[in-house]
Design a protein around this ligand. Sequence first.
Ligand SMILES: Cc1cc2nc3c(=O)[nH]c(=O)nc-3n(C[C@H](O)[C@H](O)[C@H](O)COP(=O)(O)OP(=O)(O)OC[C@H]3O[C@@H](n4cnc5c(N)ncnc54)[C@H](O)[C@@H]3O)c2cc1C
Ligand code: SF4
Length: 437
Amino acid sequence: MTTWILLGSIVALALAFNLFWRKREQGRTETGRQELEELRAMGDIVPASIHPVIDPIRCIGSGACVYACPEKSVLTVVNGRGVLTNPLGCIGHGACAAACPVQAINLVFGTAKRGLELPHVDPDFQTNQPGVYIVGELGGMGLIRNAVSQGRQAADHVVAGQRRAAGDSLDALVVGAGPAGTSATLRLMEAGLRVLLLEREAFGGTITHYPRAKVVMTGFLDFPVYGRVSKRKMSKEQLVALWGDIREKTGLQVAVGELVEKIERADDGGWLVSSTGGVFKTANVLLALGRRGSPRKLDVPGEELSKVVYRVIEPDVFQDQHVLVVGGGNAAVESAFALLDGGKCASVTISYRKNNFARCRQPNRKRVAAEVEAGRLTALMGTQVEEIFEDRVTLRDASGEQSSVRNDALVIQIGGTAPTALLQDVGIEIVTKYGEA
Ligand SMILES: Cc1cc2nc3c(=O)[nH]c(=O)nc-3n(C[C@H](O)[C@H](O)[C@H](O)COP(=O)(O)OP(=O)(O)OC[C@H]3O[C@@H](n4cnc5c(N)ncnc54)[C@H](O)[C@@H]3O)c2cc1C
Ligand code: SF4
């Protein structure tokens, strides 16, 4: 009798577990389906660097890739097959491909319809222009560890080479103070070369733009001068603190707030680099620009005011301010949400030249509608900024009517220009990859 009760309980438990499991998988499939629909609505999205392509014939729907991906919600199992449902969330770890039990995943650049432009570099990261190197994510390979390693390798090649400063010019100029540029600069410093590091935004690069408390998988990092960082998993804040420590302990100098706009060949075979801070003559240039590009501007009067920014990094700096976000894509609406969640702003308004947020992901569209309904967010649809003043912004709608909104800060998020434009001007060979390794 007791045995039968025990057996019955085990079967009941197994059935309950099976039911729970099926329900959970159904839920996930449904979410995945919705994400796929949204993805199709957004057109052909090209991930910024290397990303997985799943062979649907080989795939057995094990879900190993979904669980292995450290970014989460990038891949989903839909109808028993793994699918890349959030290409923009993929940062190219490749953990999915390594985890797949049937080798159904290939890591590629670009998509069959939309190519990804990548600079062509040799094994030492030198381009077809002598003395010009490209390292880090700009070359197509994402991840902090790759960037640190490539920066060091390219700098090793500069150190071993013959190109050196003439007169009072530089041996090397590094553009971009992310992981690649930081590592390259440290190696050049270590070798005693005359080096300058220019950065348009913040020391640390893309890591300073991660969401608060993001868990970052780095693997161990080998920095010249500073040494090995063995901690493989850190929060964003720990990583930013690490960059501060590197700067302090190594004495690395970085000129922040300098946007490099032009690179030209000098008469003696060196390079002239023009930034917002001046023109620098150098024997070698190491470009570690990442792939985020430069933010697109509105080109309206008043845009030069200090209250205008192109992204929200720390929402709390906008406390008690009337903030206007300009744009209608995911980046713009997510900035508005960050301000609503953590900004303690006096008001948050969004201005978009179109009449709906069709380019946004569905959860973002839903949240915009809910925030507007709740009166927390004001959406000025079909409007364009005309002029920016210290205390207000004037807007014009499609019918030509002008309005004015009270304003202390403006966040402009209307896309950007690819960093490849700067490279093409220098004559660097660019290759376009259409879903190829
Ligand atoms: C949300 C998110 C999460 C991520 N999570 C991880 C993770 O967990 N683990 C991981 O390994 N990687 C992660 N990555 C990827 C990683 O951040 C990048 O691969 C890495 O930062 C690339 O380093 P980089 O030095 O090549 O470029 P970046 O870090 O992008 O630095 C480039 C720098 O160049 C500057 N610059 C660009 N143009 C100019 C110019 N014209 N003049 C002057 N300066 C210029 C930029 O301002 C920037 O500071 C993540 C990326 C994102 C977006
Ligand atoms: S490449 Fe990395 S981020 Fe992209 S899906 Fe695979 S594990 Fe996730």
